[in-house]
Design a protein around this ligand. Structure first.
Ligand code: NAD
Ligand code: UDP
Length: 334
């Protein structure tokens, strides 16, 4: 980490949008969301340096980008530092285990990338005079007592519960980003991402949608936790990435909810996936994880007003595309 007394001297005047180098660093760029972001940025003519240690992501997610002249991959743990030569206009900090199954297995790594990793990503943005985008999460709201959740809600998080390693890492990273903005004048934004799904999720990442689709395609029972009446609001990845890039290229600091308000109970989601796959699978009810939030829905009035953004894909369309992806994966590995 940089000696923070020296940082004031290093801060460059933030580039105007026109003068900004069209080159982005994406930490966690080989993950599910990160790989879609890399692809989207390259499509807009922005070169991308993907920094990833492949902890929960994979080279397969970015294999189709390797031939692109503007794409570079650096294998590195951002908790240990980030060195990127040359000009950088944007730093997008997406590195972190994100599925509950992953972060419960990797508690220290999750806290480390959210704390040390965020320091390093912010320092890089300060040194380069880049705009910074933090991938925060709806989990900062914990098990919410306000519904839907506006950005002004402070949340209900258990710091010493099992999910605390993720939720508190993200809450710390939001506080740190805010402090860099205030202290160093960093042009930084915070996105609060709600449950996003789509192609390139790992079938075994443990989240509800990949679990249900994989189980339905294999004809196994779908494992609904608890009574399945808990809800999530699910956003198709292309919509999420459009919203994130709109925030990145705006001057807005956030925090800003980026998600789809389309809310569904986990039991209805399981039934819908059985329908869409045409599966004969049944539903079984397994124990509910500790501190599992009961409800979740983004209030997206701010994103809609400030960015003119709203999701475009219906739940049925998004889930069908995701089912098609998982089916093709199964066929290619058969
Ligand atoms: P993912 O696990 O697919 O991607 C995370 C990527 O970060 C992986 O490629 C992993 O290898 C990399 N990584 C982890 N620790 C690292 C480290 N120390 N150094 C370098 N790379 C590291 O998860 P995702 O769903 O794509 O989530 C990406 C980001 O978005 C995360 O920060 C997550 O918290 C946030 N987010 C995602 C969702 C969602 O629904 N997918 C919701 C809210 C927030
Ligand atoms: N869930 C479920 N069956 C599964 C996996 C998850 O019923 O096989 C439930 C989980 O308990 C939670 C919801 O689905 O209530 C969403 O879980 P996920 O891990 O996808 O996302 P998060 O909890 O991080 O929002």
């Amino acid at each position: 980490m940089t000696d923070h007394h020296e940082l004031h001297a290093l801060v460059e005047a933030p580039a105007t949008e026109d003068a900004r180098p069209q080159r982005a660093v994406v930490t966690g760029g080989a993950g599910f969301l990160g790989s879609h972001l890399c692809e989207h940025l390259l499509g807009r003519g922005i070169d991308v340096v993907c920094v990833d240690n492949f902890l929960t992501g994979s080279r397969a997610n970015i294999a189709h980008l390797l031939d692109h002249d503007g794409f570079t991959v650096m294998q590195a743990d951002v908790s240990h530092g980030i060195t990127v030569p040359g000009p950088v206009g944007y730093v997008l900090h997406f590195a972190s285990p994100a599925s509950p199954v992953d972060y419960l297995k990797l508690p220290i790594e999750t806290l480390s990338v959210g704390s040390r990793g965020t320091f390093h990503a912010l320092d890089l943005a300060v040194h380069k005079g880049a705009r910074f985008l933090l991938a925060s999460t709806s989990e900062v709201y914990g098990d919410p007592s306000v519904h839907p959740q506006p950005e002004s809600y402070w949340g209900n998080v258990n710091p010493v519960g099992p999910r605390g390693v993720y939720d508190e890492a993200k809450r710390f990273s939001e506080a740190l980003t805010t402090a860099y903005r205030a202290t160093y004048g960093l042009d930084a934004a915070i996105a609060r991402i709600f449950n996003t799904y789509g192609p390139r999720m790992r079938p075994d990442d443990g989240r509800a949608i990949p679990n249900f689709i994989s189980q339905a395609l294999r004809g196994e029972s779908l494992t609904v936790f608890g009574d399945g009446l808990q809800t999530r609001s699910i956003c198709y990845v292309d919509d999420e990435v459009d919203g994130l890039v709109a925030l990145l290229t705006s001057g807005h600091p956030g925090p800003m909810n980026i998600g789809n308000p389309d809310e569904i109970s986990m039991l209805d989601l399981a039934r819908k996936i059985i329908d869409l796959t045409g599966s004969e699978s049944e539903i079984t009810f397994d124990p509910r994880p500790v501190d599992d939030p009961q409800i979740r829905q983004p209030d997206i009035a701010l994103a809609s007003r400030e960015l003119g953004w709203k999701p475009q894909h219906s739940m049925t369309e998004g889930l069908q595309r995701t089912v098609d992806y998982f089916r093709a994966l199964d066929e290619s590995s058969a």
